[in-house]
Write a protein that binds this ligand. Structure first.
Ligand code: ATP
Length: 444
């Protein structure tokens, strides 16, 4: 399978089966904005739920939060986003295309007479680099002027920092503790692309862990390990996962240390989660700009300090792309080929397919009854059209881990066959035990 075509196959499967559609497709689409269809919304929800269970509900020391997308604009000045969240861009005066100034296809130094536009090929038409802010701006209230300007948040983290005292005091947490949230973020990316890898509207799953200065390096190591283990437990192939350590010139302005967790996509190794030691940068800046004290007082020693923060920041959409790419397989089976999404059962959008072998002899009645019982407990799909082989293949392609078939024997002894997507083994199971049988195998 050609690597270039793997992405095309995934994009086409995603559309055909209702995982992901282009936004506003009937209007020709909106650049790098995507909508999640019936299967995609289940997949993404399962990923977010799994993250939430392990990062919030499963821990005593992490609290959840759902901060608003809109925040006081001063917060973005404090965080450095108003002045620093920028990419250097160049425009071609001839063909009007826009590029990042570090675009490797630009020949020569932009702004100089010998620089060549990578699209139209003209010489000397590229402007000198100009800084372009990636934050989306809008207006709040009836008057559209500078004083009413607000931003769509480009990350969820700042909503956590400005609420850190509220959360700590109301939940009676003590340092070290964390705050987690899942939510939308917006970036006016200039070089978006690769399907849902880099989009202008996306979701982040972020956790900020507040620690005593001096304990930060130990916690940084801890969270690095935790997060890598989490991805491995999701069944992502270990050989396609690695850490990338930021060198001192790659480090963001706020961080003392940063590691990316990278996945080997068909278009190369790329980050999908970042783990950052942000020191006391954020709280110190917010304290200065808001005029509020954001210190922590140790209840035992009465010592006061501004906590250091270790951040884990994962993109839900990028993670969805990781699991789709990682799960996609084409196989030959008894002369026929099949496409399989070998998703971990805990995140599969549909857990069970239910089929009557034929549409007569009492089989549809049993299958329908089973369908109505199972669907209250887990996502399932009823299918009575086409050959049984085709029905299996439709579910394989959607990543459904189990298919239950009601056949002639079912009408006699109340058993059904349960077929496993990966091993293809079929087991006869008592119809009354089906929910438990599947339930045990899809547990997270
Ligand atoms: P990149 O260098 O790829 O733009 P970044 O270093 O700016 O990413 P962070 O600000 O650390 O990314 O964001 C943390 C995570 O949020 C990323 O690892 C990624 O999963 C997700 N993310 C960031 N930008 C986007 C985007 N435009 N589209 C989809 N996900 C994104």
């Amino acid at each position: 399978m050609g690597e270039a075509s793997l992405m095309d196959k995934i994009v086409s499967l995603a559309k055909r089966r209702g995982f992901v559609f282009q936004s506003s497709e009937i209007y020709g689409g909106l650049g790098s904005v995507w909508d999640y269809g019936p299967l995609g919304v289940e997949l993404k929800k399962n990923l977010k739920d799994r993250w939430w269970r392990s990062m919030v509900r499963g821990r005593e020391d992490v609290e959840g939060l759902d901060a608003a997308i809109l925040m006081a604009p001063e917060g973005w000045v404090a965080s450095g986003h108003v002045s620093g969240f920028t990419d250097p861009l160049v425009d071609c005066k001839s063909c009007k295309n826009r590029f990042r100034s570090d675009d490797p296809s630009i020949k020569g130094e932009p702004g100089e007479p010998d620089a060549r536009c990578p699209v139209c090929g003209n010489k000397g038409t590229l402007t000198a680099p100009r800084m372009f802010n990636l934050m989306f701006k809008t207006f709040m209230g009836p008057v559209e002027d500078d004083t009413s300007q607000v931003y769509l948040r480009p990350e969820t983290a700042q909503g956590i920092y400005v609420n850190y005292l509220n959360v700590m005091q109301s939940s009676r947490q003590k340092i070290p503790f964390g705050i987690a949230q899942v939510g939308k973020a917006f970036r006016n990316e200039i070089t978006p692309g690769n399907f849902i890898f880099r989009t202008r509207e996306f979701e982040q799953m972020e956790m900020q862990y507040f620690v005593r200065p001096g304990d930060d390096e130990e916690w940084f190591q801890y969270w690095k390990e935790q997060r890598m283990n989490w991805h491995a437990a999701l069944g992502i192939r270990k050989e396609r996962l690695r850490f990338h350590e930021h060198t001192s010139d790659e480090l963001p302005h706020y961080a003392k240390a940063a590691f990316d967790i990278e996945y080997e996509f068909p278009f190369g190794w790329q980050e999908f989660e970042g783990i950052h030691n942000r020191t006391d940068f954020d709280l110190t800046r917010h304290a200065k700009h808001s005029g509020k004290k954001l210190e922590y007082r140790d209840p035992k020693t009465n010592e006061r300090f501004v906590p250091y923060i270790v951040e884990t920041s994962l993109g839900a959409d990028r993670l969805a792309l990781v699991v789709l790419v990682d799960a996609y397989r084409e196989e030959e089976l008894e002369g026929a080929s099949r496409v399989v999404l070998g998703l971990d059962p805990s995140i599969a959008p549909t857990k069970v397919g239910i089929f009557p072998l034929v549409n007569k002899d009492g089989m549809p009645e049993i299958a329908r009854k089973l369908f109505s019982e199972v669907r209250g407990r887990m996502t399932c799909f009823y299918d009575d059209s086409g050959s049984i082989g085709r029905r299996y293949r439709r579910q394989d392609e959607a990543g459904t881990p189990f298919c239950i078939t009601v056949d002639g024997q079912s009408t006699e002894d109340s058993t059904v066959t349960v077929r496993d997507r990966d091993t293809l083994r079929q087991e006869r199971v008592d119809i009354g035990r089906v929910i438990d049988y599947v339930g045990e195998r899809i547990e997270t």
